[in-house]
Design a protein around this ligand. Structure first.
Ligand SMILES: [Zn+2]
Length: 158
């Protein structure tokens, strides 16, 4: 009985121990095998970016969504967003961000700007940003070559 040349656990351990993934978590799934189930034919690379900590406190003052999504798309990843992160308020007239607690309220309990009295917009982002990329293989690649392809796909984003 032959063994597969590599499996998901080996690849994910290797990613974890060897690759610099910046602010992302990275992992792979083997989504297609050859007929014998020995060589991967297709690998999906997932990069996930969490925009805040466990209690939904965002890491930044403004949502990083656009720049992260752009970096992923430029590297050929499909992008998905999940969850909602609250960043505070934005006054469209003053063009300023406000932290929660700095706002005032009108008689209708609508949040308004303490400087100009304009109605505030709430600044929202997503909690997680995911990028997915499928690597198609010929089924001839060695484990080492597969790792190189994964490293290249992740390296184009990070
Ligand atoms: Zn204002």
């Amino acid at each position: 009985m032959s063994e597969p040349i590599i499996d998901e656990d080996e690849l994910n351990d290797w990613i974890h121990e060897n690759l610099e993934t910046g602010g992302f978590s990275a992992w792979v799934n083997i989504t297609k095998w050859d007929e014998e189930g020995l060589r991967p034919k297709e690998i999906q690379v997932t990069l996930s970016y969490k925009t805040g900590d466990g209690i939904d406190q965002p890491y930044g003052d403004t949502p990083p969504d656009d720049s992260i999504a752009e970096a992923l798309r430029n590297a050929g990843f499909d992008v998905e967003f999940d969850g909602i992160m609250h960043y505070g308020y934005y006054c469209p007239k003053c063009e300023e961000n406000l932290h929660y607690g700095e706002e005032n309220y009108d008689e209708q309990e609508v949040a308004i700007c303490p400087k100009c009295g304009s109605e505030l917009e709430e600044e929202l982002g997503s909690k997680w940003i995911y990028g997915y990329k499928t690597i198609k293989l010929k089924g001839m690649e060695t484990a080492e070559e597969i790792k190189k392809l994964i490293e290249k796909a992740i390296g184009e984003v990070v």
